[in-house]
Design a protein around this ligand. Sequence first.
Ligand code: BGC
Length: 438
Amino acid sequence: MLAEAKIPERIQSELEIFAVNVLDIAARFRQEMEKGLAGQNSSLKMLSSFLDRPSGNEQGTFLALDFGGSNIRLIEAELAGRGRYRIRKRQSWPLRDPANAYDFTSHAASGEELFDFIARQIARMVSPAAEYPLGHTFSFPCRQVNVNQAVLLTWTKEIKTAGVEGQEVNSLLAKALERNHVRNVTPAAIINDTVGTLLAAAYGDSRADIGAICGTGHNICYHEPHSPPKGQPVIINMEAGGFANLPLTRYDRQLDMATEKPGSQIMEKMVAGRYLGEITRLIIADLVDAGALPPAAFARVFTPYSLTAEDVSRLLADNSGDLAEVEKLMAEKFGWKVPGVAERQLLKKIAAAVAGRSARLAAAAFAGILQHLDPVLERKHTIAIDGSVYEKMPGYADGVRQALAGALGGKSPLLTIALTKDGSGVGAAIAAAIACGR
Ligand code: BGC
């Protein structure tokens, strides 16, 4: 109570914008997706995956490479048909070495170095006697040429590796496999991680028609039954993170201006884990500046990205009466002993506003897609979601569910939201199986 009264009006009015109107955003999102589908100018790229939903009978052993921006993950997956699968091997490596020995995501690294690194890890994992078709989940906006070729349009999530934008990604991978004498692995399919998530869910659930990632990055794909120009069914990677028709606060503008690509990925910068800590930090820094929170002992409260999505989760997880964990986190991060419980409550409230807005925006986009697919909601639908924010941020999954229930009214029982872990791995294996006709 005490702290709330202290928020300056200027900041209060910015925070009010965080309570976005879900139905209003859903309508704008639907309009934008339909413009994109019709080939008109749109902030949604609406990229064809060249894949339909799986039959559920795909079978065989496949290698899946998951390249998302923080780590590369390799999975050997065995698809058994009828929606059943088994992960036989799994390994993962960071793209940035925590001890700073390498960073394949920086301007200084080249695409060749990056894909050589990947090829070397593949060589270590596979048995030389076997043959592996490889499904590649590459989680960036790509123009697909066909199911096995995709040109990177632009890096997102602050990745900067040189010489990959504008290139066909699986050729870079194939050349690196050749340079590193890996002859028993053949790229067969390349997909977005949202597409992988939808394929993995749809393998055992024929009602799954929307796939999403709410993790470091944010994006959505869906199964379009009548894709132009020929009206055939196809999964479309919307690049939903690019959606731009949204009410921005001064914190969103401030954050955007300081990113690698200002003006792009507006929705992603409001929804994705890569940015949630930074939005929270910008508000806290503003409150310190305005004297509504005590000055921090360390200048780090003014250091960009010194607060992460994991920190936001820690703020949200503290349900104790005196919010001792909030105090501990602030002391660790900013050398800051937040004096009163009221200030700690204020910090938690800011984290809840930032995370809650993210969940409502994701829900609004889902509602917009559902309105497009099934305007009076007559059928059952499953939305498959993967990603650390959806899985781990306290209250996030509930926030998405509640916002969707509010938007769909009495029709919400027709909707299932399924946490689909391993989507990018299993989905890539399914894509490779479809591409190989298995
Ligand atoms: C990329 C998408 C991807 C999403 C989640 C975004 O930055 O543009 O292609 O699906 O992150 O990984």
